[in-house]
Write a protein that binds this ligand. Structure first.
Ligand code: ATR
Length: 269
């Protein structure tokens, strides 16, 4: 029951109407019998929103597009990992002080670890934006050999130097792409578009594991192509699920029922 003691968590983004986080977190709060609620706020003025979060005593905040980078200017503390990544997707309110963290990298590693141990493996990252930065951090922790394939070379170079990655190349370097053990699409190519592919179809081989962080549609064109050639696939919703599990732990201090969160997510993807 919602009462005067209910703790409020929320997601801030723009747009945010289609976020699956409220459904996942509320289902897990209910299952755990916690007096918590999770809602979505469409936020354009980030500075004002953060003032509101503080004055209303909101307990935990998920941060999504387009605010993950700009938010670092408005909070009180940022942990070392989120600083290195350069983006915050989780904030907890510690007695009025807002602490920023990042759970995207853990979400990606957990999604991968169900299917493949990336230690020592050649991993091709498609894209060099914010998501690629979080995943690069995780992959370097696991001692994978990371290669970057990106449209804009200067963006890839930045990622390479920040995370000491192997090398970078174009999205059409078939020889190098086909030599990867794992391919991860971190771009938005294929999102809400079942015909778009971020790399040529011939880049995928039957020996590879292909992970697409896009989760709408659940089976992107990239994953369809991977299945067609016999590669193993990892669905994007798994990263969303696992990063939310980590957020839930930070918000409440307990482990959620992950099966309930996954079921809720799959109802909507
Ligand atoms: P996010 O924070 O979600 O990762 P981002 O920081 O805007 O988003 O990064 C988007 C990434 O997807 C970039 O690597 C971008 O390539 P550029 O560096 O060349 O801009 C890549 N990207 C987006 N749309 C693309 C497209 N249509 N084709 C190829 N790459 C694309």
């Amino acid at each position: 029951m919602i009462d005067a003691k209910t703790k409020v968590c929320c997601i801030i983004g723009d747009p945010v109407e289609h976020s699956l986080s409220p459904a996942m977190h509320n289902a897990a709060f209910n299952a755990a019998g916690l007096n918590f609620i999770y809602i979505a706020f469409r936020v354009a003025n980030l500075r004002a929103a953060i003032e509101g979060v503080k004055s209303l005593g909101i307990a935990g905040i998920s941060v999504t597009v387009p605010h993950k980078v700009e938010i670092v200017n408005y909070i009180d503390e940022i942990d070392e990992i989120a600083q290195k990544i350069g983006a915050v997707n989780t904030i907890i309110n510690k007695k009025g002080k807002l602490l920023g963290m990042n759970t995207d990298w853990i979400g990606a590693l957990k999604a991968l670890s169900d299917t493949v141990d990336v230690k020592g493996k050649k991993v091709g990252l498609i894209g060099a934006g914010g998501a690629a930065r979080a995943i690069s951090y995780g992959l370097t922790q696991k001692r994978a050999q990371v290669y970057v394939f990106n449209r804009t070379i200067s963006h890839a170079n930045q990622l390479l130097s920040d995370f000491h990655l192997r090398e970078n190349s174009s999205l059409t370097d078939l020889k190098l792409l086909r030599s990867m053990d794992v391919i991860i699409n971190t771009t938005s190519v294929g999102m809400q578009n079942e015909y778009e592919l971020p790399i040529p179809p011939e880049a995928i081989t039957s020996q590879q594991v292909v992970f697409d962080i896009v989760y709408i549609p659940k089976e992107t064109k990239l994953l369809k192509q991977a299945k067609k050639v016999g590669a193993r696939v990892i669905y994007g919703y798994k990263m969303l699920l696992h990063q939310a599990v980590e957020q839930f732990k930070l918000f409440t201090g307990i482990d959620p029922d992950i099966d309930i969160m996954e079921k809720e997510l799959l109802l909507h993807t």
